[in-house]
Write a protein that binds this ligand. Structure first.
Ligand code: ZN
Ligand code: ZN
Length: 163
């Protein structure tokens, strides 16, 4: 998780510094952070590109990690890959991760408001795609636990979204 956090420092939209690493049996096979489309200016140069209060200039960290695999020809399917993200991925990125065969996502902090319908959609990914999402909780320096119960995570997510 600390590596995902390190990667997030390269993010170019300061609304959220997001990092994602894909790990296959302790080996990091790809990294991604949220950044502008190659060749386009970054948010710190050109300002945010806001639609409904969200910056749409960047490609999300999770998508960039998957794209890195596509560009460099790293196979993902039929492997036991875990995605580590410093923030919980959005629903679109979760769909993308599921579709490249990733069944385990570990995140640390919540980000963004989720509506009830999207939380239900998330539960369906657990039910139909065998997706597991764990929350990494730091107790103190170097000490952490993993909360792997999807219903607990969904409860925390809806509390966070309503706060
Ligand atoms: Zn931005
Ligand atoms: Zn996303």
């Amino acid at each position: 998780m600390d590596i995902a956090k390190d990667v997030s420092k390269r993010a170019t939209c300061e609304r959220a510094h997001v990092g994602c690493i894909l790990v296959d049996d302790k080996r990091i096979i790809a990294t991604g952070y949220n950044g502008s489309v190659s060749g386009m200016p970054h948010c710190d140069e050109a300002g945010h590109d806001l639609v409904d209060g969200h910056c749409v200039r960047t490609i999300h960290a999770e998508a960039n990690a998957v794209l890195q695999c596509a560009v460099y020809g790293v196979p993902l399917i039929h492997k036991d890959i875990t995605a580590y993200c410093n923030y919980m991925p959005c629903l679109k990125c979760i769909q993308l991760l599921v579709n490249v065969g990733i069944r385990k996502i570990i995140f640390e902090d919540f980000y963004g408001k989720w509506n009830k319908e999207d939380i239900e959609r998330l539960m369906n990914y657990k039910k139909f795609c065998d997706l597991s999402i764990c929350r990494f909780e730091r107790k103190s320096e170097g000490v952490f636990t993993l909360c792997g119960k999807m219903d607990e995570i969904c409860t925390m997510l809806s509390e966070f979204s309503n706060s």
